[in-house]
Design a binder for this molecule. Structure first.
Ligand code: GCU
Length: 571
């Protein structure tokens, strides 16, 4: 799925802004035909969750309705016009000028509708109904009564239009998709380009790759709808975390020698693979240092917030991180582009968290997880920063989980044979899927949930279990989560749980264990920042305080310790 672009042949406008909004607390909107338009609305910011924008209904998870109007930009005639939503959580029904365009289930992944035949020149009326409610047959599922709202996961179930709404135009029979795969042979970089066109017809393609002293061009005949080219790049400037070298790729499509479509992509030449107990980036061992994160901020909730994205990357650079996981759902396209540009290694996770394999829901859950895996790979397959797909966070154990993840693993490898695949194991759960997954990822909370207050004993337990996992699977291991709730400004000596001293001690000692295990190739602390959760007796103020930074991005003591440790700086 190519992100909209502006050039001589393609245009887009951003429909984000202030829309009309209405809660449908009695779920009467459909019956009352709000899909043809509604009044008694209030203004709402798009993109952003609706939960924190108003004084009331914070915990109301839908249905709620959005409405806006737009004119067709000048000059967009005789093109295909598409309406694209970057993310809507959880189910979106969309109408344009009274006609239903369709429905999409699942937040955090883009979806779009071809609206060419439904457009008017002026005053196009766009309506969306969003249902963010929790239910056991959804992914992620609802469920646990000890939480309110009753999620089966530990973050607030924000709802709404969470990312940009773009209206874009493309040539009718132009470039449909591009897939980039890169290889390295000696100092030669190989860029494989799989070009997919809308129609099968006798077209030619101009491929141009510029950057780092090269300007390579090839012209190819399109034998079929999909054609593959490979460009060789001598003395390639490889992409890695220290030198995130990117090249500018331009693909032009010609009909009778006249260019009628083009698309530009920034690409990084790199390889990622497992060899023995090591993770190799461009053939050299690499270690993932950083965090599992959330997209979470006051008022905007889970909404796209570019200033916070910039802040988070600057803090990750400041602290010496080179990697993060998109826990527990895909992050914005802009966040992924910046990971390429700034040199971060990303474990890209689907929205599958809290899976229980309940017999009543397992078939539906597998369908949704397959949909999410396809949609995530279609969106992020060309990012050099994405090195691994995480098919789920902390699936509960069951005899069904191994076959469940085997199907997803096979789908992932068929769709993208170039990246590694994992799931994130929950403490106390036997994940049989690690027999075929590429990397073992473990969340561990010794000295927190297990053996609270006992850091030294906890680290012995951690060390022994890491060894057991390695002996069993002989694969590289990532400690994908470890952390301690820490109330900012709370101090104690000796270190006690919830104090900043405890978090420092906890993280320092975990990292000592990790650094002594040659087959542990990654440490991701939970979490980078404090974040909003449902209410529950073990979440003070409905927050998870395991952040190394506060929710508004102020460092706790542990942030300074980690910076000294990870950057080897004295400050
Ligand atoms: C789990 C889970 C997180 C959760 C964390 C915690 O490992 O993956 O989503 O927030 O534990 O309990 O803090």
């Amino acid at each position: 799925m190519l992100y909209p672009q502006r050039n001589k042949y393609r245009q887009y406008i951003d429909l984000s802004g202030i829309w009309d909004f209405r809660f449908d607390t009695k779920n009467e909107g459909l019956k009352e035909n709000w899909q043809s338009g509604f009044d008694k609305s209030q203004p709402i910011a798009v993109p952003a969750s609706w939960n924190d924008q108003f004084a009331d209904n914070r915990d109301f998870l839908g249905p709620a309705w959005y409405q806006t109007y737009f004119d067709l930009p000048w000059g967009w005639t005789d093109q295909k016009v598409i309406l694209r939503f970057g993310s809507v959580n959880y189910i979106a029904d969309v109408w344009l000028n009274g006609d239903q365009l369709g429905q999409h289930e699942g937040g955090h992944i883009p979806f779009e509708f071809d609206i060419t035949s439904k457009l008017k020149a002026y005053n196009n009326h766009l309506i969306m109904r969003v249902d963010g409610d929790l239910a056991d047959d959804r992914v992620p599922p609802g469920g646990r009564p000890m939480f309110y709202p009753a999620t089966n996961f530990d973050f607030f179930p924000y709802c709404g239009i969470h990312r940009l709404v773009l209206l874009y135009s493309v040539p009718n029979d132009g470039i449909e998709d591009l897939t980039i795969r890169t290889f390295i042979e000696g100092n030669m970089g190989k860029v494989q380009i799989i070009l997919e066109c809308v129609e099968k017809s006798s077209l030619t393609a101009n491929i141009d790759l510029k950057g780092h002293g090269v300007d390579l061009s090839e012209t190819m005949i399109m034998e079929d709808k999909t054609t593959e080219f490979t460009i060789e790049v001598p003395n390639a400037a490889l992409w890695d975390t220290e030198h995130p070298n990117l090249y500018n790729l331009t693909v032009e499509l010609l009909k009778n020698d006249v260019v009628f479509d083009s698309y530009r992509l920034k690409i990084g030449i790199r390889t990622i693979e497992v060899s023995g107990d090591q993770l190799l980036l461009n053939g050299k061992p690499i270690e993932l240092i950083g965090f599992a994160k959330h997209i979470d901020f006051p008022i905007t909730g889970r909404g796209y917030n570019p200033a916070v994205i910039i802040k988070d990357y600057s803090l990750m650079k400041w602290i010496g991180a080179n990697s993060f996981r998109t826990s527990h759902y895909p992050y914005s396209e802009q966040m992924m582009d910046l990971a390429d540009q700034l040199g971060f290694l990303v474990i890209d996770e689907t929205p599958a968290v809290g899976l229980t394999f309940h017999k009543h829901h397992i078939t539906r859950h597998l369908e949704l997880c397959k949909q999410y895996t396809r949609e995530l790979i279609a969106r992020d397959k060309n990012h050099p920063s994405v090195i691994m797909w995480s098919l789920a966070n902390e699936p509960h154990s069951s005899t069904k989980s191994k076959e469940f993840f085997r199907e997803l693993y096979d789908l992932s490898k068929e769709t993208d044979p170039t990246r590694l695949v994992t799931i994130i194991n929950m403490q106390g759960v036997r994940d049989r899927a690690f027999e075929f997954l590429d990397i073992v990822c473990m969340n561990r909370y010794y000295a927190w949930y297990i053996g609270p207050g006992q850091i030294d004993e906890g680290c012995v337990g951690l060390s022994n279990e890491i060894d057991r996992f390695y002996q069993k699977y002989s694969k590289p291991i990532i400690i994908a989560e470890f952390g301690a709730d820490t109330i900012p400004g709370w101090h104690s000596q000796p270190p006690e749980m919830f104090s900043e001293e405890y978090q420092v001690e906890f993280l320092k000692k975990y990292i000592e264990v990790i650094n002594n295990k040659p087959y542990v190739i990654g440490q991701h602390i939970w979490n980078m920042c404090d974040f909003k959760t449902p209410q529950g007796i073990h979440r003070v103020g409905a927050y998870n305080y395991k952040g190394v930074f506060t929710r508004d991005r102020r460092p706790k003591m542990a942030a300074h310790m980690l910076r000294r440790l990870w950057t080897k700086s004295s400050e």
